[in-house]
Ligand binder design. Structure first.
Ligand code: ADP
Length: 263
């Protein structure tokens, strides 16, 4: 709480107090937001610093050792390349998140959900095939369109499908289901992959939160995908939930109120 106490003086008398105005303000939300902002800046700095330190370390090594054999040199260059890619992914995700948060919605158009999904399906197909993962899909209606921004809808599918493939071992399955219930459009993306521990489920939508940092890094994660997805869904007045069982798989369920889409 922030408490302000202002004395009230008798008119024209500086030394006679006849009462006080006490102003009590609940500033919990404000402080919480301030802390979140500080934490975010600290996290961003840390996340950016890690690949940068690695890049400058390997550049330095290459500069200092002229006689390095070609194989080692190529390995170092490979690391520099993948760390630069990681930096780019991080910066892209951070910028996207801040853009969405500001609610500076890009152009709104009628977006056909099935078409956007197919685009993402093609984009992720190579990755799924490389792990022999079968991505199945079921649309109750291929003509469902939503009034939104195409890139945002694409991000929802991309983040969830990419995660499902990333966190599912080889030879398993990923599925996508889209249908209407009474009041909502429902999008389900599920897998029979590694699952999420119960205690982590409520935190996975936080920025940079990862159940297993090393694993996420290994598969090219930034820890921002679900935070971005959650914000986009929120902008559509929707909800996002997860059902997950460790070692069995996960299912992400998005609902978007009907008023936001046209048929
Ligand atoms: P990342 O870039 O690390 O994948 P996300 O924000 O997309 O970041 O996801 C946050 C964390 O949630 C992941 O690091 C992972 O631990 C967990 N996660 C997300 N999707 C799945 C899934 N389908 N199966 C298991 N764990 C998942």
């Amino acid at each position: 709480y922030s408490i302000n106490l202002d004395p009230i003086y008798l008119q024209d008398m500086d030394n006679i107090i006849i009462g006080s105005i006490i102003n009590i303000k609940d500033i919990t939300e404000k402080v919480k937001l301030e802390n979140m902002r500080t934490d975010f800046v600290a996290n961003v700095s840390h996340e950016l610093k890690t690949p940068l330190t690695s890049i400058s370390g390997f550049v330095e090594t290459l500069k200092l050792n002229e006689n390095i054999d070609i194989e080692t040199r190529n390995r170092f260059l490979g690391i520099i390349e993948s760390e630069s890619d990681r930096l780019k992914r991080l910066i892209d995700d951070i910028l996207l998140l801040s853009f969405i948060e500001k609610k500076e919605t890009k152009s709104i158009e009628l977006v056909n959900i099935y078409e956007v999904f197919m685009e993402v399906y093609e984009m992720t197909n190579y990755f799924a095939k490389s792990k022999n993962i079968n991505v199945s899909y079921k649309f109750s209606d291929q003509n469902i369109s939503i009034l939104s921004n195409r890139d945002y809808v694409k991000q929802i599918f991309l983040n969830l499908i990419d995660n499902a493939i990333k966190y599912t071992p080889e030879n398993k399955d990923v599925y996508v289901e889209v249908y209407y219930d009474k009041n909502n459009l429902v999008i389900k993306v599920g897998d029979n992959g590694i699952g999420i521990p119960k205690e982590d489920i409520k935190r996975i939508f936080e920025r940079f939160y990862r159940v297993d940092k090393a694993r996420s890094r290994e598969v090219g994660g930034t820890g921002l995908g679900l935070a971005i997805t959650k914000h986009i869904v929120k902008n559509l007045d929707g909800t996002i939930n997860v059902k997950s069982e460790l070692g069995q798989g996960s299912e992400f369920i998005i609902t978007i109120p009907k008023k936001n889409f046209l048929k």
